[in-house]
Design a protein around this ligand. Sequence first.
Ligand code: AMP
Ligand code: MG
Length: 272
Amino acid sequence: MPNTDYTPWYVSPQSQFKLSDFDTEPPSKGLPSGDELEEHLADMGEKLDKLQSTLHAAKTRGLLVVFQGMDTSGKDGVIRSVFSHVSPLGVRAEAFGVPTDLESRHDFLWRIHAKAPARGEMVIFNRSHYEDVLVTRVRGMIDEETCQHRYNNILRFESLLHNAGITVLKCYLHISKSEQKKRLQARLDDPRKHWKLQPSDFADRELWPKFTQAYEAALSATSTPESPWYVVPADSKPYRDSFVAGLIVQTLENMKLKTPKPSFDLSQVQLT
Ligand code: AMP
Ligand code: MG
């Protein structure tokens, strides 16, 4: 890939943008070959592993990577391929489904905050607090006013994390409706993938325009320079993986992490 400028995919704060302004397919100009993408992903994976070690050693900063997207957009897939290069000790993945009875009696950020990274940690969210302004809004479980309050709560929450040294990097995996059809069909055709299907996948597909609007409003309201949203072209799996891996590496490199100096005089050590 060799792309290092991610600004075209950054959602400008309060931009009222349209998702249709962003391609779901990789840019056609200068598109790297499959081999190049694989090589880039391997390189980024190696860098990610080293950066994670430094993050852990330094304990000055933390990273939270949030993945959102329509059903079949590849949240599970990107997590598997990008983080398979990192030591399992160095990363924690959390998935959020329909809130339990206890969770739904708390404020919507309660279960989220409990899983947020500490300094020294890298945490991945498969779905997140954004479900509380997306699916809930589309299905009419919250009204417009509650949704606006939640945007503000989210901005404050992410600012709280930022002030504690935790960067929140948010990726919207952007697929086309036709690509979703192919992926749902592939799941229907493969008995080993049937377990992944839920009735809501088909019901939500019918609500595609409403989900699109809800995503546009949520991303525009909550993208900030400190906690940015990126719209990742996700119709091509190898491109998506390479893109996300590069973006995470860049985010960690921008932290300018340093391993701490030893707390004792190494020259005094005598190995027997
Ligand atoms: P999956 O990611 O395929 O395991 O599906 C998880 C399901 O949980 C999706 O249908 C989400 O829309 C739903 N979900 C996640 N968080 C919430 C939430 N806060 N409120 C309602 N539904 C949610
Ligand atoms: Mg699903």
